[in-house]
Each structure stands twice: as C-alpha cells, then as structure tokens.
Design a protein around this ligand. Structure first.
Ligand code: GDP
Ligand code: MG
Length: 439
C-alpha cells in the first residue's frame, strides 16, 4: 500500500546523518513511484517531486532537522497541498431552496450520505430528502426509513411513478409548502458508468439547477475512483466530493487522486454507517494517514478523554520544549492503561515505526506494571533529570521496586528510545519543518 511504501522510504532515510544528493534522488524516485501508483496525475507528481527536491536541497533546513524528518515533513505538506489545505464548506444558495444533487456509483453511500448531510444541515436549516432512485423500490424505502429515524422530512414518488426527473421537479413545490429551505436529491447509481444514467442525471441537473452536485466515492474504490470522478465531472460539473467508508481500512489513494485529477474539492468524509458519522474532510489528517504518521488528532482526542487538562497541557509543553522526562513516561503509561486496547493506541501514535518499537518494548501488562513500579521508586529529581541515575541510584531503585538493576537499565533504555521519538515529533510539530500541533 501507499502507506507501507512511505514507511519504507522513511525507514531507509532514518539513521542517516546527512542527506547526499544521491539520497534525495533515491527517496524522490520512491515518492514518485508511490504517488503514480496511487493514481495521482503524473503532472501533479512531477510538481510535487520538484517541490520536494527544491526544498530538500536547501542548506538551512538540512542543518536544523534530520534527513528523514525533512523529507517526511515536505512530503506531508505537499500531500496536504494536493488535497486542499482549507476545508471546503457546502454552499448555501442565497436564494432558497438550496438544492444538492447526490451522485455516484451504486453502493458508494449516496443514500446514507444524503441523510447524513440533511442531519448535519438541520441545525440551521430545514432540509427535505427526495428519493430519485426509482430503479428498485427498496431504494425509496431505504431513504424513507433513514429519514424518519433522523426526523428529516421525506419526499418520494407516487405509486408506479418511474421518472426520477419528474419527482425531483415536484419536490420543489413540496419543499415550499413544507417550509423546507434545502432539497437533497438521492439519485440512482449503477455498478459501472453508464451513458443512460448520465443522461438522466443531466436532465435532473437541468430541471433542478442544483447548488451543489456532490459525488459520493467509496474510499475503498482505489484506481477506479479516478475514472469515475473524471466521467461524472465531465458530464455534470461536480462541485464537491464526499469520501465514504473512511472508518474501514481506509487508504488515502482516492482522496489524492480524485482531487488531483479533477480539481474538485473533497468536502466531507463518511466515517461510519450511522447517520451522525459524517465529518468535514481534513486534508492534514488524511496526509498523516497516507504517510503512516498515524491518526494524530484521533490520538489526542483519545488521550484527552482519558486524562485531565492539566496533564495534557504538561505533556504538550514537554513536547514543545523537546523535553520528555521519566515523569512524562510514567504519565503515558498510566494513560495507556486507561485508554483501552493497546494495539489501537499504538497504531495511532504519530511516529512512523513507533508502534513496532513500542510493541517490542512494552506491550506486556506485567512489564508495564514493573516499569511503573520502577519509575515510582525514583525521586522526583531523578524522574525529571534521568541523566543523574547512575550505578548506585539504579541499585536503590531496583531494590525499591522489587525488580533488578537489569530491568532498571531496560526502562532507562526504553525511556531514551521514547525520548528520541518524542523529539522527532516535537520538532515536526513545532519546529522549522512547518508542522503545527493540531489545536
Ligand atoms: P448507495 O447505493 O450509493 O445509495 O449506497 P448506500 O447509502 O445504500 O450505502 C451502501 C452501504 O454502505 C450501506 O450498507 C451503508 O450502510 C454503507 N455505508 C455508507 N457510508 C458508509 C460509511 O461512511 N462507513 C461505513 N462503514 N459504511 C457506510
Ligand atoms: Mg441508494
């Protein structure tokens, strides 16, 4: 996968002291191949690679951060640029009703997303959802049931009615009489692109003059997503994309590829089957996912729900100052206990390879307890200044915690390893590379 590829690229660069031109070329070749395989337009790939090269050979940055951090940071930023830095909000028509037409292949998530958007919009608006998928009776019922559950007004065909454009047209009067200022048209899909469907959608567009035409794309689609988006965009002029099923084994390919090939912004992300599972698309988060940096914000959210604000503040401060002490490590251990399944937490850690490193070190609950005991046996001064823990102190700590000097040594080694990773992250999040800590 793209994510694995990037992880390999960064693993190859890690441990290098200085970046030679050869290193840069090698890394760029890999980046290039990875992006091409993710169906990113070759022209876009060329631009990205050139941007990376120009920045990677800059003397100033080379001195301030390590090579792998440098390439990592630049790739991250360039990916964000491709996907669109700022969120693209849904447009509300100055002249109601606002009409959204949902299009996409069968099974992409149109019906679900229609209700999701209606639900989200019902905070300041009164949306009406309209069943324009008349191919299968079940499709109309599906929308009706979802809408009912979410308390959203519904409009559908009369018994035996077969023309979706007529339904869409009539929905306007219905919306007006029911004081709905938004109309969401759920349309039919096909398993494949199909000229008949396109013509149907074109006439619907003509009849309803939609404010937005939103393409719903299953994020698992992969390569095909580019063709799908291209064709829909050509025929209908898309205004936005909704990427669905990002809660699954989501890859970033489609978001990069679709945005780069069509230029249409990705506006929303579906992240579950329930009608509340809809988020504003976040390019940063997606870039982190693609390059295997882990779901940083997801991790922060999780940590936040498990710890007090004071703890968070302290940890954030430590990260900013690149000071990671044994106290922080103790705090993290205690948090991890509260967080639940360890593997999940490890997956979300923001440092590539971190989950592997930590897995080797400390996944065993018994060892976690011992580590905790060891740190608790240290004085406050020792926890904050681990470098003072020499031979005699190690012995005392081992005795105090009921462990051995060897184990104390292991904990200190593990601490050094974590400190190294935190440093990397701290620099990326606040340093010259341009990373920003999410607010
Ligand atoms: P349509 O054929 O395009 O109207 O697609 P549907 O809305 O009927 O969705 C197809 C399937 O995908 C259904 O089982 C939905 O529950 C599921 N689905 C849609 N969006 C999401 C999502 O964001 N996450 C997950 N896990 N499932 C989704
Ligand atoms: Mg449907």
């Amino acid at each position: 996968s793209l994510k694995e590829r990037f992880e390999n690229i960064f693993a190859g660069l890690r441990g290098k002291g200085k970046l030679s031109e050869e290193d840069i070329n090698l890394a760029l070749r890999e980046v290039r191949r990875a992006l091409l395989e993710a169906d990113v337009n070759y022209k876009v790939v060329k631009d990205v690679v050139e941007a990376i090269r120009a920045r990677a050979t800059g003397q100033q940055v080379l001195e301030s951060i390590t090579p792998s951090q440098l390439i990592f940071t630049i790739v991250y930023e360039e990916l964000i640029k491709i996907m669109g830095e700022a969120p693209a909000p849904l447009v509300i028509s100055p002249k109601p009703p606002t009409v959204y037409m949902m299009v996409g292949l069968q099974g992409s998530g149109k019906t679900t997303t229609t209700v999701k958007i209606a639900r989200r919009m019902s905070k300041g608006h009164k949306p009406l959802v309209v069943a324009c998928d008349l191919r299968r009776p079940a499709a109309v019922d599906q929308l009706r049931v979802l809408a009912e559950k979410a308390n959203i007004p519904f409009f559908g065909p009369e018994a035996g009615e077969t023309d979706p454009v007529a339904v869409a047209r009539r929905s306007r009067a219905y919306a007006e009489s029911h004081l709905c200022d938004m109309i969401l048209l759920d349309t039919a899909g096909r398993l494949q692109m199909d000229d008949e469907l396109m013509r149907e959608l074109e006439s619907m567009k003509e009849a309803t003059a939609p404010t937005e035409i939103l393409l719903v794309v299953d994020s698992m689609t992969g390569q095909e997503a580019v063709n799908v988006a291209g064709t829909f965009h050509e025929r209908l002029g898309l205004t936005g994309v909704v990427l669905t099923k990002l809660d699954g084994d989501a890859r970033g390919g489609p978001s990069l590829a679709v945005r780069a090939s069509t230029g249409v912004p990705i506006k929303l992300a579906g992240c579950g089957e329930k009608t509340e599972d809809l988020e504003v698309f976040d390019a940063r988060r997606m870039a982190q996912r693609i390059i295997g940096m882990g779901d940083m914000e997801g991790l922060l959210e999780k940590v936040q729900s498990a710890t007090s604000d004071a703890d968070i503040e302290r940890m954030t401060e430590s990260l900013k100052k690149n000071r990671f002490t044994l106290e922080d490590m103790l705090m993290q251990l205690q948090q991890i206990k509260k967080l639940g399944p360890l593997e999940k937490v490890l997956e979300m850690l923001p440092i590539p390879g971190a989950s592997k490193a930590l897995k080797n070190a400390d996944i065993d609950p018994k060892r976690m307890k011992q580590t905790e005991a060891i740190i608790l046996s240290m004085t406050l001064k020792e926890r904050r200044n681990p470098e003072i823990i020499k031979g005699s102190r190690r012995k005392r700590i081992a005795q105090g915690s009921g462990t051995s000097v060897q184990m104390v040594n292991q904990v200190l080694a593990q601490y050094e390893q974590m400190k190294g990773m935190m440093k990397t992250f701290g620099k990326m999040s606040g340093g010259k590379g341009g990373f920003k800590m999410p607010p």
